[in-house]
Design a protein around this ligand. Structure first.
Ligand code: SAM
Length: 229
């Protein structure tokens, strides 16, 4: 078997599928809301048809428990928000929030963002993309599982029409992000090559980050935009 075909058969994933406990309210939301708010990954998406309007489209990759996704969608009813996450409990939590807050402008995909971007998303689909605190895979032997790698960023930038915001609390990963993104042909560093960005205003301050701030831990934000805009 060639190296390429073995990679295709057994790709290096940026996640492990955590089972995690699903609460009763998450399970209820999964049972009742799934067909309306979770997109299947069978065909290319027509996002305007899915959201039923032509509004700016925002994507969050790896939304975890969905705090940022829900808060951004609630604060900006004028935008549509698509979240991609493999963690079922997180998807259940977002569905429960969609129900309790009556949100109309969120849809989620419970699948590998890399595959979905490759197979189901057309070029220039998203006005803004957010990747907050992607798994740092901090052991050197696991670094290859980090999401922010040249191949993925080239794919992502081809699906964007505007801005990309990232944040990490892992300094070594922040350096890697800067290096990879500064060298991505379609992207321009909004803060100038080699520079981190001010804190992304859209990013809600989580309990985790507040604790980190108290302990003096760093967070590195990055902001890129398409060269062409
Ligand atoms: C460290 S958590 C951060 C979650 C959230 N963004 C936050 O700030 O709390 C990273 C998340 O990305 C998800 N993830 C990693 N790779 C992914 C992929 N290829 N597609 C979808 N989700 C992914 C993981 O399941 C995990 O929930």
């Amino acid at each position: 078997m060639s190296e390429t075909s073995s990679l295709q058969n057994n790709p290096i994933r940026s996640f492990v599928r955590r089972s995690g406990r699903i609460t009763a309210s998450q399970q209820h939301a999964i049972d009742t809301m799934w067909s309306e708010f979770v997109l299947e990954t069978k065909q290319p998406y027509d996002l305007n048809a899915i959201f039923g309007r032509n509004a700016p489209k925002h994507l969050e990759i790896g939304f975890g428990m969905g705090d940022a996704l829900v808060e951004m969608a609630q604060a900006h009813p004028e935008n549509d928000y698509l979240g991609m996450e493999v963690y079922l409990a997180g998807v259940g939590r977002v569905l429960a929030q969609i129900e309790s807050l009556g949100l109309k402008n969120i849809r989620v995909i419970c699948d590998d963002a890399v595959e979905v971007l490759k197979n189901n998303v057309s070029p220039a689909s998203f006005d803004t993309v957010y990747i907050f605190f992607p798994d740092p895979w901090h052991k050197t032997k696991h670094n290859k599982r980090r999401l922010i790698q040249p191949e993925f960023v080239n794919l992502l930038s081809s699906r964007m029409a505007g801005h990309l915001f990232l944040a990490t609390d892992w300094e070594d990963y922040a350096h890697q992000m800067l290096e990879v993104l500064d060298n991505t042909p379609l992207l321009k560093n909004h803060s100038g090559t080699g520079n981190y960005a001010p804190r992304c205003e859209a990013r809600p301050l989580t309990k985790f980050e507040k604790r980190g701030q108290r302990l003096g831990h760093g967070v590195w934000d990055l902001h890129y935009q398409l060269e062409a805009i």
